[in-house]
Design a protein around this ligand. Structure first.
Ligand SMILES: [Zn+2]
Length: 301
């Protein structure tokens, strides 16, 4: 398949169940089909049932066996199209939009997008280095009753210039909380740390990091030469457009999943194999139970 995957190519290559199935086969068994039970590569195809039969142990299996695609009533091409759409829409895609495009119920689209989103997770994100910008922002929180104060959620953004982005849902914006987040996301390769003049950061940085700390006074200027937090702020504005324009409201429970999805797409913005990579992750991902996703939800996003 070509590097650049556009909608026309997608329809050409994955417009039928059979084509999707063949693609999954190639992704799962790049060196040829072998038996998931005994590992043998002596396999017969039972074409009529889309299954394989292991000549060694007689185990019967399909290309979707043991994957997230199994036991789903959804045609494979809808899975493929949904994955493509979630990879390609820069601001994300709501379950409502997806259900209209795929002609599924809202519930199916919602469940589908959450499972794809879970697969997009960076499993072992590497720590950031070089020049790193840190900033915090507040999102969401519509009051339930007119008198209630909206519950704003804190999001800490860390962006390596010309590199990766991390968006982390924080309990609060206190130094101790931010310190743990910085520790988990910034490595020893860091050269410069830029923040605004908030009193949080000097307390949140360790001794080594303090020596690398530069601040910008936002009441006076947006940038002082190289000292600015513009690249992390542009990621925040993308996030907010996503939440306001696409997802409408995101419950606190699902916020981390949306943040991860945004980061994944952002960090893969130059990856020509994003669709294939996400499909590979989907094949390997455990099936998220609908029950698990809906537990204790008051307002589903
Ligand atoms: Zn076997």
């Amino acid at each position: 398949m070509n590097n650049e995957l556009d909608l026309c190519t997608l329809i050409q290559e994955f417009g039928s169940e059979e084509k999707c199935r063949t693609y999954l086969e190639k992704l799962r068994w790049p060196k040829g089909i072998h038996c998931p039970s005994c590992g043998s590569d002596k396999i017969s195809r039972i074409a009529a049932r889309n299954q394989f039969d292991c000549d060694a142990c007689r185990y019967q299996f399909s290309a979707t066996a043991g994957t997230i695609f199994h036991d789903t009533h959804l045609p494979l091409w809808k899975w493929f199209l949904a994955t493509y759409l979630l990879c390609e829409s820069r601001k994300g895609m709501s379950a409502n939009q997806l259900s209209r495009m795929l002609k599924t119920t809202y519930k199916t689209a919602w469940y589908l997008s959450h499972r794809i989103r879970a697969a997009m997770l960076e499993t072992t994100p590497k720590k950031l280095g070089g020049t790193v910008e840190i900033d915090e922002t507040y999102v969401g929180g519509k009051p339930r009753k007119w008198r209630d104060r909206p519950e704003k959620q804190v999001v800490i953004g860390i962006r390596q210039r010309n590199g990766d982005l991390r968006l982390i849902h924080a309990e609060d914006a206190k130094s101790a909380t931010v310190r743990e987040i910085i520790k988990a996301n910034i490595g020893s390769q860091v050269e410069v740390i830029v923040t605004d003049e908030s009193a949080t950061y000097p307390w949140a940085l360790d001794k080594m990091q303090k020596n690398l700390h530069r601040t910008i006074n936002h009441s006076k200027e947006y940038a002082h030469g190289d000292v600015h937090t513009n690249t992390v702020e542009s990621a925040f504005s993308l996030l907010k457009r996503g939440i306001v324009g696409t997802w409408h409201k995101v419950s606190a429970k699902h916020l981390p999943a949306y943040l991860d999805e945004m980061c994944f797409r952002f960090n893969n913005r130059k990856n020509p194999y994003l669709f294939r990579d996400t499909m590979l992750k989907l094949i390997d991902s455990p099936n998220l139970e609908y029950k698990q996703l809906t537990a204790k939800i008051e307002d589903a996003a």
